[in-house]
Design a protein around this ligand. Structure first.
Ligand code: C5P
Length: 313
């Protein structure tokens, strides 16, 4: 039986700015996204039946339509009915290594992996732009997860411009396993608090987007200046998530004090990360955080910047 194994990396946000409302109800964003080598592993094969079957080693992962893996497989079955009729349904096994509901695009990267996997399994020969179009139908972060690396994401988050690859930068990630932040809540709360500052006309949106393209963080990335990257990070969603989750704010303060190049929350959280120059520094910071917070609910991971998206292994 033919099967494919895919590596699906997580992402962190180095930058997230909310510019305004969009006619589709989403927010107009400018983000800088970075993939890291913390990754899920997905095995996909044809089962010869007419169903999608998903298995996972993590008890909290839903195995039905609530999972982006399932939605991605459904989307492919609907879009390519002949291939579905020819090869039948799929069996997907997920090894979940990325923490869930964490602001690390764990679900989105799994969805992206299924698109790549079925493209190969069904010999569809879809190009990157064709896959990216399907990815955008699944979620705002899914197109980035396909290509990975370092990129500016605009629009809803689905328009991707790749930047200079960043290597040899380490990251310590920390998340209370039982704390989850619902992304729609975070954006809605932001709208309630800051809608007065939203920009709506097209030329003002373009100006704000261009400012980021020529800004301090993009400059730091092109110079591969890790120290300046650490100092230039920004995430608007911290303004609503941190006050609502004091434990996450406390964790962020503690990680800032522990050292490193810069500390921030990723996406809508609640994962907090610190950038580091070396693995030794990352281990020192991780140990310091562990010594200060003895709560067994706190998960800590050490990872490294990664320049690739979904990979077949
Ligand atoms: O696209 P995705 O399904 O990942 O988005 C999850 C939720 O986050 C959306 O339903 C929306 O509430 C919010 N969101 C937003 N603007 C964006 C991206 C996400 O308001 N650009």
């Amino acid at each position: 039986m033919r099967f494919y194994t895919l590596l699906a990396p997580a992402k962190i946000n180095l930058y997230l700015e909310i510019i305004g409302d969009r006619p589709d109800g989403f927010h107009e964003l400018v983000m800088i996204l970075q993939s890291i080598d913390l990754a899920d592993i997905i095995e996909i094969s044809a089962n010869g039946l007419d169903s999608i079957r998903l298995y996972c080693d993590h008890p909290s992962v839903p195995l039905d339509e609530r999972n982006l893996i399932y939605k991605a497989a459904q989307l492919m079955c609907q879009t390519f009915p002949n291939a579905f009729a020819n090869y039948g349904g799929v069996e997907i096994n997920l090894e979940k290594n990325i923490p869930i509901s964490a602001g690390l695009a764990g679900g989105s990267t799994d969805g992206a992996a299924v698109l790549v996997g079925l493209n190969l399994l069904w010999k569809l020969g879809l190009t990157r732009p064709e896959l990216a179009e399907l990815a955008a139908q699944l979620g705002s972060d899914v197109p980035f997860c396909l290509t990975g690396g370092t990129a500016i994401a605009t629009g809803r988050g689905e328009k991707i411009d790749s930047l200079h690859d960043l290597v040899n930068i380490w990251v310590v990630l920390a998340k209370y396993e039982s704390t989850e932040v619902a992304t729609p809540w975070a954006y809605q709360r932001y709208r309630q608090m800051f809608q007065d500052l939203y920009v709506s006309d097209t030329s003002a949106i373009e100006r704000r987007t261009l400012t980021v393209h020529s800004g301090r963080l993009v400059q730091a990335i092109s110079q591969h200046d890790a120290e300046k990257i650490g100092l230039s990070m920004h995430n608007d969603l911290e303004k609503v998530v941190l006050p609502a989750y004091p434990k996450v704010e406390e964790l962020r303060n503690l990680m800032t004090q522990a050292g490193g190049l810069g500390t921030m929350m990723s996406g809508s959280g609640p994962t907090v990360f610190t950038l580091c120059q070396s693995e030794t520094e990352a281990q020192r910071i991780s140990q310091k955080v562990r010594e200060s917070i003895s709560d067994p609910d706190l998960g800590i991971w050490i990872s490294q910047f990664n320049s690739s998206g979904i990979q077949v292994i």
